[in-house]
Write a protein that binds this ligand. Structure first.
Ligand SMILES: [Mg+2]
Length: 120
């Protein structure tokens, strides 16, 4: 079971992810609404994993990913992607994204990816 930080500008998306993750036995230690807040919360909360939306105001998920991985090179950052974000996905791989969850997703898809990194 993991302590997870959710970074997403959509309140609905955060709510859905929280529900899925909590149902899977994980703890949501924080929620952030943009990349900047996500980066600051990451440093403070040191979660086991982050779910990172890509398109957000102020600072996007790619930039936040870079900052978080610079802060902790082993950070587990899982990008939530939507159709048509291939370029962003390539950038995310380059900056060390741990994995991807493509929208629309089922709860089981999300839990399967998280479990890859926080098993046991
Ligand atoms: Mg968004």
């Amino acid at each position: 079971m993991a302590n997870i930080l959710i970074v997403d500008d959509s309140r609905t998306s955060r709510k859905i992810l929280r529900k899925i993750l909590e149902k899977g036995g994980h703890t949501i230690v924080g929620e952030a609404v943009n990349g900047e807040e996500g980066y600051l919360e990451y440093q403070e909360l040191k979660p086991d994993a982050v779910t990172m939306d890509i398109t957000m105001p102020k600072m996007d998920g790619i930039e936040a990913l870079q900052l978080i991985r610079r802060f902790n090179e082993n950070a587990v950052v899982i990008m939530i992607t939507a159709a048509g974000q291939k370029e962003k996905m390539i950038q995310a791989i380059k900056y060390g994204a741990s994995d991807f969850i493509a929208k629309p997703y089922e709860g089981s898809d999300v839990l399967k990816v998280i479990q890859k990194f926080v098993a046991e």
